[in-house]
Design a protein around this ligand. Sequence first.
Ligand code: SF4
Length: 299
Amino acid sequence: MHELTEDTIIIRPPCEAWSVLVGVTEGCTWGKCKFCGVYNGKELVQRYRVRPWDSIKADIDEAWLYQRTLPRRAFLAGGNALSAPTELLLRILGYLHQRFPQLEQVSSYAKNHDILKKSDDELERLAAAGLAIVYMGLESGSDAVLKYMNKGTRAAGMVRAAKKVMAAGIKLSTYVVLGLGGKMFPDHAIETARALTEMNPDFIRFRSLNFIPNAPLHAEWTAGRFVALRPVEILEEQLYILEHLGPGMTSHVLNDHVSNFADIDGRLPGDMQRITGALKALIADQRIRALEHRNRTSM
Ligand code: SF4
């Protein structure tokens, strides 16, 4: 077994818990989002680098050696593994499918810049080689929120990247952080609904904002400069976003994170009424209305 070091930290979406995890990059090319302390917040957790092919191949071989069941999914790990050179990603995808011929899905995290930097042809080759899904953090559709959070991009760039990756035949799962505008940015909800409508991503995954001690936002929150939403306000924000999506949305909507207050899993447009009905019932519940924000210090 490997000793746990900076090099062996692997962060993955909850839904990839049972996937073969292949560390492609370490850290994140950006690492400056105010709400994120995952790789380098106030303290450096893991610096960015693209791992060498020999190490990646050795990890795939080890995963193959120790597999207990035939894995159907693999995840290319790293804060934004799509930032790796396309030829390396193609080599990894090819080897993964050679070792695990039964694989049905390979996915990775991506920043919008990673998608925009690749040509259409590169993305199409990645799709043909088996890259099925990228997880991209929209976080908010509000440029004011994105700027405050130092996301390093605007909503229009996110929408462009979303359309580009889906046009190449790769599914898009995008994250929205409920409460990211706090009490200061009321346009978070309406602008997020607008960006999601423009994207119509395959998956919309909601998370609720928590203040991670290593993230710069934690200090702003404890100093009272950022005021968090209460649980009922988080639920109201999610309801508002969903009710303001445009017509024609076909996304799969999920609250599949420990930070969420509602259990939601449904497809638009058919499940919209069921989802909004569940949110309305929670919002009307006096026990939930009485809850104050309680912070989780880890995810
Ligand atoms: S939120 Fe994503 S892009 Fe921003 S610093 Fe964290 S890992 Fe990097």
